[in-house]
Design a binder for this molecule. Structure first.
Ligand SMILES: [Zn+2]
Length: 147
């Protein structure tokens, strides 16, 4: 049997793509386990909860690696922005959600929050460096007029 990593549907081995989720590759049960994905018959007993979101696949991958390092079963899933998302967030871009089993949500949320804080800090540093440079240029060309 093979399974869709997006929706979890079960397929015969000769099928290569999910009928519902186009371009989603099917994997075998061992790979589903490796990714911490529930098989269809396990779905009811294991809830996966969204603990974070990412705006690009690299960030999503980083969160997954971070949680895997802590032995938390985790997977990320691309969400295509549908009409509902556009209406509610005004954001037409795709985004990624990070999901873990219910029992790991607190630990995973904390790890993601820490990681995001770190990312924001380095983004701030870069912005600050650019600002300083701009300020120096302004002061050099027009002293006293920088607002
Ligand atoms: Zn599917």
């Amino acid at each position: 049997m093979k399974y869709c990593v997006e929706c979890g549907s079960e397929y015969q081995d000769h099928v290569t793509q999910c009928a519902d989720c186009s371009e989603i590759q099917l994997v075998d049960a061992a790979e589903m386990r490796r990714r911490g994905l529930p098989l269809p018959h396990e779905r009811d007993t294991r809830e996966f909860i969204r603990v974070g979101t990412a705006e690009d696949p690299l960030t999503a991958e980083e969160f997954v690696r971070l949680l895997e390092a802590e032995h938390i079963p985790v997977f990320s899933r691309a969400r295509r922005a549908g009409t509902v998302d556009v209406l509610t967030t005004g954001n037409p871009h795709p985004w990624w959600e990070i999901l873990v089993p219910e029992e790991f949500t607190q630990k995973a949320s904390e790890l993601i929050a820490q990681s995001k804080a770190k990312m924001d800090a380095s983004a701030d540093e870069n912005a600050q460096a650019a600002e300083d440079e701009e300020l120096e240029n302004e002061q050099a060309s027009a002293p006293g007029t920088a607002s």
